[in-house]
Design a protein around this ligand. Structure first.
Ligand code: ZN
Ligand code: ZN
Length: 86
């Protein structure tokens, strides 16, 4: 079952469970659509896996299986593959 992380690892944007802008890899590294399509070019920066749109969990399912509230942010952000932290 997906944890449904609440934010983008790159820009920390909120990605609620009903969001259709959430993108995940097979390990559920979670990013917003802008970061996934932009700076990440569709590839997870953590595991080099494919990023696909996260399925939306219905309200009924959320009531039984709440989404994660643990925010995960990638150390140093996703600004550069050379490790630029700004
Ligand atoms: Zn983002
Ligand atoms: Zn990943």
């Amino acid at each position: 079952m997906l944890a449904l992380r609440p934010n983008c690892e790159c820009c920390d944007r909120d990605l609620p469970p009903e969001s259709r802008d959430a993108m995940i890899c097979t390990f559920e590294c979670t990013f917003c659509a802008d970061c996934a399509a932009g700076i990440l070019s569709g590839t997870c920066p953590n595991c080099a896996g494919e990023l696909v749109r996260r399925p939306v969990r219905t309200a009924a399912s959320l009531a039984r299986h709440p989404a994660s509230t643990t925010r995960v942010v990638k150390a140093g952000g996703c600004g550069s593959q050379t490790g630029l932290t700004g």
